[in-house]
Ligand binder design. Structure first.
Ligand SMILES: Cc1cc2nc3c(=O)[nH]c(=O)nc-3n(C[C@H](O)[C@H](O)[C@H](O)COP(=O)(O)O)c2cc1C
Length: 304
């Protein structure tokens, strides 16, 4: 127990994902760091996990009703919003993410979010096709722009049998990310420059050489540095990850452009982390026009 959440009040929002069965474990990991946890269970969430499991693990009443007559004189969503030092939604369903993006207050969780001014984390969990859909990705980008802290899901086997991105991040990692914002002095005043993603080397106007780098390692490093108080600059190539909008973000596609962007921004940095997958090769000459398919296509040669 490292105590990064000592005396901190956390609201855990549990929404309608199959991963809701992991919520009691998230409660435990937050408690390990010293937090007092109260759970808000959405209607969807209650299909996957019982109120009793969450009540027993959190040692608190579970809240699920906006129209709570037991709140007596106080208004429940305002009371909860004022109580929380931070709100974590884990798992966050596609529906809850959409509601959050629209600022909907149609249930207790949405109302508490709108009534609070504390940091908000969301850890999404859903089928890989749902997660990579344009709607979910667009919503996550909008939320990141509004300073909502995104805990990206992992890749792997899913409950539905698919393999891909969308598995809820590990409970201990989620708890640690929440704890980090209360320990944000380690890198305060420091400037960090990080390169991430794969570079793109143009062959002709329609083709390029690249690699499978997603930018996830650089993005996770950026999150950790920002949450520890650093001022972060990201120089990224081709990526498949939502970047923390608190960073200064610079796009640089080729290895040459990335080198130049780094050199332009390196002055005054305290730490430089080079985790981009930079191409070892670039074209000797970039073709101005699309290289035509010829009869001897298997003989085509490009010089690097
Ligand atoms: C068996 C089953 C599993 C589901 N798993 C997920 C999931 O992992 N992630 C997700 O975003 N939605 C999932 N859904 C859909 C949500 O439960 C549904 O959109 C619900 O309205 C979410 O409500 P809430 O966001 O208010 O909790 C699942 C639905 C069913 C029937």
């Amino acid at each position: 127990m490292n105590g990064s959440l000592n005396n901190k009040n956390i609201i855990l929002g549990v929404s309608g994902s199959i991963a809701a069965y992991k919520a009691p474990n998230i409660v435990r990991r937050l408690q390990d760091l010293g937090a007092e946890v109260r759970v808000i269970l959405t209607k969807g969430g209650s299909q996957f996990i019982t109120e009793l499991s969450l009540q027993v693990t959190s040692k608190n009443k579970v809240y699920n009703n906006l129209w709570d007559k037991e709140a007596e004189l106080s208004i429940r969503h305002i009371e909860l919003a004022k109580w929380a030092d931070t709100i974590l939604i884990a798992p966050a369903s596609a529906n809850t993410i959409a509601n959050l993006t629209l600022g909907k207050a149609s249930d207790l969780l949405g109302s508490v979010i709108l009534a609070s001014n504390c940091p908000i984390f969301i850890a999404s969990a859903m089928n890989q096709q749902m997660y990579t859909s344009n709607s979910v990705q667009a919503n996550l980008k909008k939320l990141a722009k509004r300073q909502i802290l995104i805990i990206a899901p992992e890749s792997g086997w899913q409950a539905c049998g698919d393999i891909g991105e969308g598995r809820l991040a590990k409970s201990s990692y989620i708890a640690q990310r929440v704890g980090n914002i209360f320990q944000n002095t380690k890198l305060s005043g420091k400037k960090v420059l990080i390169t991430l993603g794969g570079t793109i080397e143009v062959i002709d106007p329609v083709r390029y050489l690249s690699n499978h780098s997603s930018g996830k390692m650089g993005s996770a490093l950026a999150d950790a540095c920002i949450e520890s108080g650093a001022q972060v600059t990201l120089v990224h190539g081709n990526i498949n990850v939502t970047l923390n909008q608190k960073a200064q973000i610079i796009s640089a596609m080729s290895a040459k452009e990335m080198y130049q962007s780094v050199m332009d921004n390196i002055a005054g940095q305290d730490i430089f982390i080079a985790c981009a997958a930079v191409s070892d090769y670039s074209m000797k000459n970039i073709e101005k026009n699309k290289i035509k398919k010829t009869e001897q296509n298997d003989m085509a040669t490009i010089r690097l």
